[in-house]
Design a protein around this ligand. Sequence first.
Ligand code: ACO
Length: 360
Amino acid sequence: MANAMITGWGKCMPEAVLSNHDLEQIVDTSDEWITTRTGIKERRISHAEVSDMSAVAGAHALAAAGKTAADLDLIIVGTCTGDSLIPSTASLVQAKLEAWQAGAFDVNAACSGFIYSLVIGSNMIAAGTHRTVLVIGAEKLHYHLDFTNRATAVLFGDGAGAVVLEATDEDVGLLASELGMDGSAASILCIPEHGTSGDRRNPDPRESGINMDGPEVFRRAVTTMGDASVRVLEKAGISLDDIGLLIPHQANVRIIDATARRLKLDPAKVMINIESYGNTSAATIPVALTEALESHRIEPGAIIVLAAFGAGLSWGAAVIRWGQRVEPLGTSAAALPPNNRSTMDLLAPNLEFFGHLASS
Ligand code: ACO
């Protein structure tokens, strides 16, 4: 049975920055509140679509793996904010990369989407049906954000990350995983009225943005991420002392700290970049993984633990043994089309839409 080794990694973070101070101008909040309650200082706002960010992150991951798009036999995009309902975002990415030999599909497990996608891709390699898989986590969350609602407006951002998985006989890759869900808690984090549950007869059918019971999500996130991480380590027969790096979903630095405490981990073994990007949902883990490699925080052969939770309520955890190579084989010049609009210009349609809702 083949193992699935991560051989390439990459990210695409749009240039436009929305800082906490910018948010103070839009909604009743403060840099001090956001920083102390979440750890976030700024986030990115995309002028391009999810498929554009995905294709750029994918091109970087392919270059790092020394592969071309023609080598891919599968593309999986973890996203809950895709370009359209149909076709899938993965279909658009396949065309943008010209990966004509690859099948492609999306996975919606919200913020757990990258771990779900990574587990699916790894298991398809293990099953022998695929050999080179591009796994992407990408989101354009700002599109769905009601910037008149301070409870959610400050938390989320846009971006994409990607990895290439390749079949290998080496004893590396996914050692154990858990994909979990508690559908009974679906309503505590949702974007309602954006599918068939909406009322088409309503003369003004409008989505209401992200609805969230923050404290309840927080409480469940701490339990599920910590417990699932412990269980996957037990399944893999790996002791807590052997963890090289924990790469958790970046939703709130206090949730990350609680997960690290549950694993009794030295903070130096926890990857945190939430201050720069906020919660980019399915993109947080592949982006953090890429930045961990860029900053030489992953040793050859290291044990990496990934853990996430998200709408559903979904959760996922995975233990990976890294290969020997921690440097990219190549680089790519892929980039988003130039953006000539200010961050506030990019937010204008959104502010108008949700501002109209608030005043109607
Ligand atoms: N700025 C200023 N004050 C605020 C803000 C804000 N942005 N948001 C809330 N407050 C106020 C509240 O109104 C409340 O005021 P009150 O005491 O006068 O009523 C006070 O701050 C405390 O509010 P809480 O909601 O209790 O604050 P809490 O410490 O729980 O932090 C937060 C809120 C940051 C949302 C936290 O609960 C959290 O991170 N939850 C998890 C959210 C999450 O991770 N969601 C993403 C899931 S992943 C996915 O699938 C998309």
